[in-house]
Design a binder for this molecule. Sequence first.
Ligand SMILES: C[S@@+](CC[C@H](N)C(=O)[O-])C[C@H]1O[C@@H](n2cnc3c(N)ncnc32)[C@H](O)[C@@H]1O
Length: 221
Amino acid sequence: MEASDWLDRWEQNRIGFHQPSVSAYLQQYLPEIDLKPGATIFLPLCGKAHDIAWIALQGFQVVGVELSGIAVKAFFSEQGLSRQQSESGRFLLSKSGAISIYQGDYFDFPEEVLTECKLVYDRASLIAFAQSDRARYCEYMRSIIPPQTEILLITLDYDQTQMEGPPFAVPRNEVEELYQSHYQIEVLVQNDVLDERPRWREQGLSALTETVFRLKPMVSR
Ligand SMILES: C[S@@+](CC[C@H](N)C(=O)[O-])C[C@H]1O[C@@H](n2cnc3c(N)ncnc32)[C@H](O)[C@@H]1O
């Protein structure tokens, strides 16, 4: 997927990845992570997810990055929030209270914005990249977040020969390859979710597994 493909998807409203409500996994597992009130949580490739607003309501600072101006505008209007816009380097920053969304390319995102980041919430971000780009995505992440930052990661896995991504299939062993040198990897839950998404069965999938990982950095906090 090129940047232009994502922008086209937003223009044509082909956003099947957008969930109509807050992620149940987020609601279940975020409280288990020991974060102080006001801690900063980073959402790479944030779209217009309801998760953004929910995290802010829990008392955290949210920093998101998203390529599409349509997505950013829709987020604020759908949440009924007015935003202040300003230029910030290569990004257009939209801010409302504890929420800051940077419109631009994740691979340009500056580490200075994330010096206080305590958690990355990755829902449909790693799996938005084809396999050839995933190591680059993870390496860039490590270059911009503080070393003690945890990651809450949600992936999908299926037989990649049965369907083209995105979302792309990311097997557990690949998560291990990508992260195990710097993180202790814990599987919080793994669910077979094909019955909940009949559209994907129609597209040819015979199995679909969703996994939530908690990645704890192997450095002292
Ligand atoms: C699969 S969607 C997931 C969105 C969101 N995380 C969610 O749960 O709804 C991937 C999003 O990443 C955005 N995106 C893709 N490549 C990007 C990049 N290089 N930098 C910033 N955003 C990007 C797309 O526009 C799209 O909104």
